[in-house]
Design a protein around this ligand. Structure first.
Ligand code: NAP
Length: 259
């Protein structure tokens, strides 16, 4: 018996086997959920489909989340095959590389719009597309980072996008709560992924994190996935609109002296 037997989960954001989305997908699958994956088209055949095959996942669809037609197509295909969305995972983000280096003050209007569109607005767009298939007990989750609340070197416009994302979680939770649908965010500590490698200074931050965080270790995709299973399941049935920290306690510190 799995915690998620009979649940149908659609996961956006698998780039490769290091992706947080992939860790979450594996964990949802291990608890009995039926999975579908969506990712940008360029990654699909070479990266995502082979991973999906390993878990026996047949639903693998392309979607650039800045394109409403592509979003509509994925959900229409999902509706035809599965009819309901019990779990929706939004684990994706994008900012121009040059905006994750140097100073926030130099962010261009176009760079700002692109980062906010892909990394924040997309959660609302996906939720709206899923809404006819959501039902009481459905759970939506996204991934965020401490840079939403604190100024983190080089996180820049992505921090502003994550702040908008976290606010969106609260508004969506308020909108969908009366329908019995929950919306939450997981704020993860640094994990080595493709997206993380685009933030300059990440390696340094990753190494220092381990010495500073109360648990004195880095965060793994499995740490994040465990919390995702909890949020997806009825174990968290009273929790909505929250940002849950999976960061070894890093965010509680006022001064991080470490070792
Ligand atoms: P990842 O493996 O690189 O996954 C990010 C995914 O977002 C990639 O598949 C990427 O595709 C996709 N994406 C970018 N633009 C997109 C678009 N327009 N439409 C659809 N998908 C798009 O990195 P990750 O670290 O697992 O990131 C997952 C989430 O966790 C992100 O929201 C990230 O901000 C968050 N997070 C990560 C960390 C960390 O340290 N890794 C910490 C806290 C929160 P492309 O490769 O083609 O761009």
């Amino acid at each position: 018996m799995g915690l998620l037997d009979g649940r149908r989960a659609l996961v956006f954001g698998v780039a490769n086997d290091h992706s947080l989305a992939w860790g979450i997908a594996r964990a949802l699958h291990a608890q009995g959920a039926t999975l579908g994956l969506s990712s940008v088209e360029a990654l699909l055949e070479r990266r995502v489909r082979p991973l999906a095959r390993g878990l026996g996942i047949e639903f693998v669809e392309p979607c650039d989340v800045s394109d409403d037609d592509q979003i509509a197509r994925v959900f229409e295909r999902w509706r035809e095959e599965h009819g309901q969305v019990d779990i929706l995972v939004h684990a994706l983000a994008f900012a121009n590389r040059e905006d994750l280096d140097g100073l926030f003050v130099d962010t261009t209007r176009a760079g700002f719009q692109r980062a906010l569109d892909v990394s924040a607005y997309s959660l609302t767009a996906l939720t709206r597309a899923a809404r006819p298939m959501l039902r009481p007990g459905s759970s939506i989750m996204t991934l965020t980072y401490l840079g939403a609340e604190r100024a983190v070197p080089h996180y820049n416009v992505m921090g502003v996008a994550k702040a908008a994302l976290e606010a969106s979680v609260r508004y969506l939770a308020a909108d969908l709560g009366p329908e019995g649908v929950r919306v939450n965010a997981i704020s993860a500590g640094p994990v080595r992924t493709l997206a993380a490698s685009g933030v300059s200074g990440f390696r340094d931050m990753y190494a220092r994190f381990r010495d500073t965080a109360p648990l004195r270790r880095n965060i793994t995709p499995d740490d994040v996935a465990g919390t995702a299973v909890w949020l997806a399941s009825d174990l968290s049935s009273g929790v909505t609109g929250e940002v849950v920290y999976v960061d070894g306690g890093f965010s509680i510190l006022g001064v991080g002296l470490g070792e």
